[in-house]
Design a protein around this ligand. Structure first.
Ligand code: FMN
Length: 186
């Protein structure tokens, strides 16, 4: 069964570290699982209002485009940083617009931060579980202290440890296993 998986770039910040992380994830998981199609989904490219605010014409199109984009995937990998121990506000807001688009689909986390965005991921699991998303046990926690050179400076560079390869293998196995099973449910 062929799957289509979206890799969501959860930071919309200019100069975000998340872009390099997401590109690395794409390269790794596509090599692990050549039978499926993996694509980057850049949150930054969708003009979304804050949920509840009156949308502009452009934002109405943005909501539709976000909904249609997320609908087409069988599962997701969410690449997220941590701001004040939670996921970025724009990321949480974007998921507030979704329900049928993501229900009965699987999602795996790749976090990056001083503690691999571990606290943000724990919190966001509760939100996404309510949206009927199946969240894999395996997650990747990339740390500024071990997976980045010159962390916190303008020379910061993403240098992921080789030990994450085994974690990515398990993540892909759990994500695709559930994505296949849930496809039959949908
Ligand atoms: C206001 C603010 C709060 C932050 N809070 C955290 C935090 O709670 N945990 C953490 O690991 N890093 C924290 N950071 C550092 C970010 O993880 C870091 O800036 C990272 O590069 C953000 O990801 P991005 O560049 O992809 O947007 C914070 C940064 C800012 C500006």
């Amino acid at each position: 069964m062929s799957l289509k998986i979206g890799i969501i770039i959860g930071s919309i910040r200019e100069g975000r570290a998340g872009l390099d992380v997401a590109k690395w994830v794409l390269e790794k998981v596509q090599a692990i699982d050549t039978a499926s199609t993996y694509e980057l989904v850049d949150l930054k490219s969708f003009d979304l209002p804050f949920l509840g605010a009156t949308p502009t014409e452009s934002q109405i199109k943005g909501i539709t485009s976000w909904s249609q984009t997320m609908s087409q995937y069988d599962g997701y990998i969410l690449v997220t940083p941590e701001y004040n121990h939670v996921v970025p506000g724009a990321l949480q807001n974007a998921f507030q617009f979704l329900k049928p688009e993501v229900a009965n689909k699987a999602l795996a986390f790749v976090g990056y931060g001083w503690l691999g965005a571990a606290r943000a991921i724990v919190g966001f699991r509760a939100h996404l579980a309510y949206q009927q998303i199946a969240l894999t046990q395996q997650q990747i926690n990339l740390s500024f202290t071990s997976d980045f050179a010159n962390p916190g400076t303008e020379n910061q560079t993403f240098t992921p440890g080789a030990w994450h390869d085994a974690e990515l293998n398990l993540l892909v196995s759990q994500l695709t296993g559930w994505s296949k099973a849930l496809k039959t449910l949908r």
